[in-house]
Write a protein that binds this ligand. Structure first.
Ligand SMILES: Cc1cc2nc3c(=O)[nH]c(=O)nc-3n(C[C@H](O)[C@H](O)[C@H](O)COP(=O)(O)OP(=O)(O)OC[C@H]3O[C@@H](n4cnc5c(N)ncnc54)[C@H](O)[C@@H]3O)c2cc1C
Ligand SMILES: *[C@@H]1O[C@H](CO)[C@@H](O)[C@H](O)[C@H]1NC(C)=O
Ligand SMILES: *[C@@H]1O[C@H](CO)[C@@H](O)[C@H](O)[C@H]1NC(C)=O
Ligand SMILES: *[C@@H]1O[C@H](CO)[C@@H](O)[C@H](O)[C@H]1NC(C)=O
Ligand SMILES: *[C@@H]1O[C@H](CO)[C@@H](O)[C@H](O)[C@H]1NC(C)=O
Ligand SMILES: *[C@@H]1O[C@H](CO)[C@@H](O)[C@H](O)[C@H]1NC(C)=O
Ligand SMILES: *[C@@H]1O[C@H](CO)[C@@H](O)[C@H](O)[C@H]1NC(C)=O
Ligand SMILES: *[C@@H]1O[C@H](CO)[C@@H](O)[C@H](O)[C@H]1NC(C)=O
Length: 608
């Protein structure tokens, strides 16, 4: 990270330090109705909603620290989105060697800070298709998870805001599908030539490349403007939107930082898991806490199955292999891991993009300095590593032979792949160590470059998370098993062909100058496949390691109410419960699931 201005201690975000604790002994003698594990995307929503009832006491335990100090700049400044990767607010996981990616091991970031991954992610806000939620209802047997029934939770979660410069967004989104929630979203403050050409192509060839006024309307197919979790010139996270407002106004919510939950313990002989053990390091003293009502596990797709297995809940053999007594044989804990990958193709273009700005350290430093004054300027609305203003979600052609392998999409109006249009190169020398470290494609630093990222939205490869020891402080193994099915690799190849065809339409004439070298060689299916295996990186969207199923199903980890099957007192609320990789981007769905889950918990305990 090369920007000196980042070394300035930023104290722009003033948080009240109400009920915030940094050592377990400070809260060890207190009693709580609910204990929430992980102050991440879902955990902060649950903590804020449950503590709305003044009669309950809530403890939220987070392994990482607060989003203040130096971390505040990295987290809050939209331009710096992505630069938290590989820093003290990242867990710094790595995958196992991926056979589908020529044996490469992939750096695997997850947020290690309040807000969790919502504090370090690419800020894209994309709900996916209505069918995505209807599938959740079908697999769980609970119609309450359907798109129509979830509308009220969507509206209390999110709110559309204008960009910092008040650029008109008329005709770029549908205000009727956005609500009044604390999570702020918005569209780009600056429109570039690439964006105009994407939209122009949809008007030139609307049948083939349809414009979609709002990809968050439930109709998640077609081309449209991309929403990000940015409002008032700053990133909106589950911490800024939910946690801090709750801490500032309530005394019944305690936040315990820098403390890792090491396992859950049974508090009665009837498999009631309301006990939590936690410590600040592998060698530090273990403290125990009991919830009188429930424990809610929100440690994410990696952390949640790890904690379950450490507690003896999971595949019995895997648990016993590291010397833990199996309490409950639940084979799907840690199984069904699904993740999406990103791959970029780049072109030098005849028109301004952000790549020249981003390669100019002085200009970037000045932009950050301006942001620090009044949260305006180029740092206030465009992100460093994603820079996407327009995006499309598409299906394979109806006659594609790949669909004979079965259609993994959530329905016939849900995508198989995504193309996102970046007004920059995917990797910049000055940000080299951040978002896509495995994508070894640094384009020349001169000229203006655009990139298009290609994502297989509905992968059929299945991997797993596994513990490697009985210590919570040892990283689990993460094996997403990328590109281990014919469908996944075939879909990536088709997506790239669709992209090359899209860019050959008239709107792009004279704009696209020269492809980044490797792109020029993509002339056959075999060469495209080789490119995918050489350059695909994680999009950082793992799900499904504690997946939801019907109460009566033998498989799955949680039932429709998100209670863990076969035990009492324990619920899971995070991306691990999702049945499959999402049709959009996961954070929107995690927020929506968390809002309804909080309501289910409140109803179960008759809270207000
Ligand atoms: C770099 C990056 C970029 C991404 N970009 C996007 C994007 O642009 N758009 C999008 O929609 N999604 C994106 N995602 C994915 C999205 O952010 C996640 O799917 C979502 O935030 C997951 O929410 P969660 O609640 O399941 O987990 P998290 O938000 O990760 O929360 C888990 C929390 O639990 C804590 N924890 C874990 N284990 C323990 C323990 N033992 N004890 C105590 N605390 C623990 C963690 O520190 C963390 O705070 C991205 C993710 C990353 C990492
Ligand atoms: C992640 O790695 C960076 C760089 O080595 C380090 O500074 C940081 O402390 C690590 N994060 C954690 C949670 O250990
Ligand atoms: C945008 O509009 C708001 C509300 O009307 C106003 O306060 C703000 O100064 C405007 N910002 C710019 C850059 O015009
Ligand atoms: C939690 O409950 C268990 C079982 O009832 C008990 O043994 C333990 O002492 C309790 N711990 C605390 C901190 O209350
Ligand atoms: C923000 O600060 C910059 C730099 O001082 C200034 O040029 C700009 O006018 C300010 N904008 C607003 C809306 O206050
Ligand atoms: C593909 O099939 C679906 C229904 O199966 C139909 O709605 C759609 O119009 C078809 N697309 C094309 C391009 O024919
Ligand atoms: C699918 O249809 C298109 C256009 O109708 C055609 O060009 C292509 O060859 C067909 N593909 C297959 C696999 O049949
Ligand atoms: C999980 O890890 C254990 C301990 O390292 C190992 O024995 C087992 O084979 C692994 N199982 C899977 C499915 O990866």
């Amino acid at each position: 990270m090369a920007f000196p201005s980042l070394l300035i201690l930023v104290s722009l975000v003033h948080f009240c330090v109400g009920s915030i604790f940094t050592a377990p002994e400070q809260v060890a003698s207190k009693t709580y109705d609910f204990i929430i594990i992980g102050a991440g995307t879902a955990g902060c929503v649950i903590a804020a909603r449950l503590s709305e009832d003044p009669s309950v006491k809530v403890l939220l335990i987070e392994a990482g620290g607060l989003d203040d100090g130096t971390a505040a700049a990295t987290i809050s400044i939209p331009l710096l989105a992505g630069t938290g990767v590989g820093t003290p607010i990242d867990w710094n996981y790595t995958t196992t060697s991926q056979t589908g990616l020529n044996g490469r091991q992939i750096q695997y970031p997850r947020g290690f800070v309040v807000g969790g991954s919502s504090s370090i992610n690419g800020m894209i806000y994309s709900r996916g298709s209505s069918e995505e939620y209807d599938r959740l209802a079908t697999v769980s047997g609970d119609s309450g998870w359907s798109w129509n029934k979830l509308q009220k939770y969507i509206f209390i979660n999110e709110q559309h805001t204008p960009p910092w410069n008040n650029r008109s967004n008329v005709g770029e989104f549908n205000p009727r599908v956005h609500g009044k929630g604390p999570l702020l979203t918005g569209l780009t403050p600056t429109v570039f030539g690439t964006d105009r050409r994407v939209i122009q192509t949809t008007s030139d060839h609307g049948h083939k490349y349809p414009f979609n006024l709002d990809l968050n309307s439930g109709n998640g197919l077609g081309f449209g403007w991309l929403h990000t979790t940015v409002g008032n010139g700053a990133r909106s996270t589950s911490s800024s939107a939910y946690l801090h407002p709750a801490l500032n106004s309530r005394s019944n919510l305690d936040l315990l930082l820098n403390t890792q939950v090491t396992r859950l313990v049974s508090t009665s002989c009837s498999r009631t898991f309301k006990g939590v053990k936690a410590a600040q390091s592998a060698t530090a003293q273990q403290y125990s806490f009991n919830a009188t009502k429930e424990v809610i596990l929100s440690a994410g797709t990696v952390g949640t199955p790890q904690i379950l297995m450490l507690s003896g809940i999971g595949p019995a053999k895997q648990v016993q292999n590291v010397g833990i007594i199996s309490t409950l044989d639940l084979p799907d804990v840690g199984a069904n891991l699904q993740d999406q990958t990103i791959l970029a193709l780049q072109w030098q273009v005849n028109g301004r993009t952000l790549s020249s700005f981003l390669n100019d350290e002085a200009a970037v430093g000045a932009a950050i300095a301006q942001w620090e004054i009044n949260r305006t300027g180029i740092a206030a609305g465009n992100t460093v590593c994603i820079f996407v203003d327009t995006i499309c979600f598409l299906r394979l052609p109806n006659n594609s032979t790949l669909l004979k392998l079965g259609d993994p999409a959530a329905g016939s109006n849900s995508p198989h792949f995504q193309l996102a249009f970046l007004v920059s190169t995917i990797r910049l020398p000055s940000f080299a160590n951040t978002f896509f470290p495995n994508v070894n494609q640094i384009a020349p630093t001169t000229g203006n470059w655009m990139s298009v990222s290609v994502v297989v939205q509905s992968p059929t490869s299945r991997g797993s998370i596994n513990i490697t020891s009985s210590s919570a402080f040892d990283h689990p193994t993460i094996n997403p098993a990328y590109y281990t099915t014919a469908f996944d690799i075939g879909t990536a190849v088709q997506a790239i062909k669709t992209l090359l065809e899209f860019l050959s339409t008239s709107a792009w004439n004279g704009f696209i100058l020269e492809p980044f070298p490797a792109v020029a060689a993509l002339t056959t299916d075999a060469s495209i496949e080789a490119y995918v295996r050489a350059f695909a990186d994680t999009l950082k969207h793992p799900t499904s390691t504690a997946k939801i199923s019907k109460r009566s199903d033998k498989g799955g980890v949680v039932g429709p109410d998100l209670l863990v099957k076969g035990v009492k007192g324990l619920r899971i609320v995070d991306a691990s419960i999702l049945p499959a990789a999402v049709a959009g981007f996961p954070q929107a769905e995690v927020y929506i699931v968390a809002e309804r889950a909080a309501d289910l918990i409140k109803r179960a305990w008759s809270l207000t």
